[in-house]
Design a protein around this ligand. Sequence first.
Ligand SMILES: *Cc1c(COP(=O)(O)O)cnc(C)c1O
Length: 846
Amino acid sequence: MQTAPNPNSTQEIVRIEDDRTGLGIETLKRAFLDNLFYIQGKFPAIATLNDYYMALAYTVRDRLFKRWITTAETYGNQKARTVCYLSAEFLMGPHLGNNLINLGIYEQVKQAIEELGLNFEELLEQEEEPGLGNGGLGRLAACYLDSLATLEIPALGYGIRYEFGIFNQRIQDGWQVEITDKWLRYGNPWEVSRPEWAVEVKFGGHTESFTDEHGAYRVRWIPHKVVNGIPYDTPISGYSVNTCNTLRLWSAEAPETFDFDAFNAGDYSRAVQQKMASETISKVLYPNDNLTQGKILRLEQQFFFVSCSLQDMIRILERQGIPLEQFPEKFSIQLNDTHPSITVVELMRLLMDEHGMEWNKAWGITTRSLAYTNHTLLPEALERWPISLFGQLLPRHLEIIFEINRRFLDDVRLKFPDDWERLGRMSLIDESGERYVRMANLACVGSFAINGVAALHTELLKEGVLRDFYEMYPEKFNNKTNGVTPRRFMVLSNFRLANLISRKIGNNWVKHLEELHKLEDFVDDPDFRREFREIKQAIKQDLAVYIKRTTNIDVNPNSIFDIQSKRIHEYKRQHLNALHIVTLYNRIKANPDIDITPRTFLFGGKAAPGYYMAKLIIKLINSIGDVVNRDPDVRGRLKVVFLENYNVKFAQRVYPAADLSEQISTAGKEASGTGNMKFALNGALTIGTLDGANVEIREEVGAENFFLFGLTADEVYAKKVAGYNPMDYYYSNPELKLVIDRIASGFFSHGDANLFKPIVDNLLYGDPYMLLADYQAYVDCQEQVSQAYQDQDRWTRMSILNVARMGKFSSDRSIRDYCEGIWHVQSVPIKLEEYVQENAGRMIVS
Ligand SMILES: *Cc1c(COP(=O)(O)O)cnc(C)c1O
């Protein structure tokens, strides 16, 4: 038996800690086998791959807990100013590998697992990723959590624990098929439920006014139903620091198992139905990217997680003994798009109705606490809710909105007298037809800061969608260019390149990505260029093996890996890429001996299930691939592959393997893009328009290292105003005409001329995203790409310079910008040894 250690001896205490959550190989192995036995209830002879994964996940989680608890305790003791990042989506990706990197135990754990005779990569692969987001917006939230923790900023991510995340995509006969994402099926080792912090959220019903004991006018909300929000916490480790922040996701539950009135009346099924209706709120993620559908359940989701989160913040405030008046000093709330913009109204309601505060004071607190990030210029993505629907679900909030609007429009009238059209445009209520609540207007009025996500996007906001608000509140507007975390998207996903870089310039770049510029010193070093090129080649080889295994298509690792992976959307113009493929194919058919740089066209991306054109674009790409990949005239020089189920796990495999990154949206449509950053950071060259963050990427890497083509946002606008006619391009460009005609003829659809008619007609009669206007410039630019690739040395130099100059696009830089420009929050380092001594000592003494 072990004797009780001397509490005054640090050594003893640290050794005890080592016993349980130490990082030595033997300790790791024992912990892993313990978890397999005591948590999974298995022993090696009968354990499944998933049992092993779970045992490993718990082993790693145990090593986070000390940091997680110490972090929470330190923030509590210091009453630290805290960032609350409110987002309806968090596209986290697998946790295991990322936590191993951030804890600095990747190699030890790998060794321990391999010494136990298991395949480490297979275990990593086993994790079912939480797909709680659609694309860029949700992934941005995830990168920001990583950077907040790494920069030691007190922060909470607040969102929804969807039972079903983004659907899994299969490709059948060239079409997308959606499969339910049952990510919780085998349990989630990364979350801890906290039912003791559940809150109640009200819906529906009506309001009543009354006079309180001080003679003040008050309103009470008598809801139709109440739903419980249960928080599920996930630890968010920082890289190479002790900080471990929290992602708090809310799950909806019925407050009682049964509606007892109904139950007692013998109406069992109605009672159960009510329970199910309540729990539907957090059931499923809406699978639309850049599109709002105006569904009542979506508004319920938004209000649900906002109300839960605000009540949670007030609970924290009370626990720390901070008066409600100091809410804006304690919390800085960032609204990730308008999805959580009901925060403006719910915070007002909580302060006034639940905490007896008067309007002006509540409004001051609200508008000093909130900041709003706009993510889109697309009109179809701007959220608005029919008044009738809104009032049925949130009657009290509608009253508050009317009052905010009345006061706000008074201010507008003061600043812009007699400008009736402006008043109509700025009103929180759209009264041009059926009446709607405009959520972007609400977010602008209720926030002290409004930001776009790339320099161009912010400028376009100020002169377009939010122009009136810019003229009203110019001081609120600012830019915060997006970024991506180099931990997940370099160190974890491209360890070969990461290791090469660290051998040359040390490993400070992982936290200070600007240091990558030191690589420029090696661009003239032939050995470095050779190593750099060999790494890209090895990764392409790996992807080729994966493609063979999953699609049975042979691709040539020496060809250009030309990749477009992102949500399928007309504005992103995957079909422009397809037109280029058909152009090259036609050239080969006209002259099979033509000199063509071999290319592998890789696509990945999901289409919203209700987005017909996007789904048809997937079918078009697959149909073109079916013909091109089999045609003997092509002689394998072109290959077209659509890789199914694009998600974070898969993104990590794809970005490092690219030679060419396709960023070809119609200028003025992509707010920022972050895929563009992940590609370039991994050494892909970009072919792109002057859109979103492409503009800043090109500025950084140098125009000579970026393949630019296409109309600018101003030119797109001017052409639309002047009257754009795609037919002019069709008739004046024989090569373009041949491409369109081939698709229209049924050449790629077994003679069925109807199949792709919607795409052809859309391009010829309207072409809202101006593919035909940009076609020739795109094809010419692709020719330059092919020429450049022929000179491998030149290409490698360009590629190295891209990596070396991508430092700006770390999400650490974005988060520093937010901290300085909006949140005014400082880092709070977490000291671990002190905690271990103090608490372990306390436990032993008592
Ligand atoms: C980065 C990322 C995106 C965003 O890609 P864009 O090219 O910026 O649209 C979408 N999905 C996943 C899985 C990502 O990792």
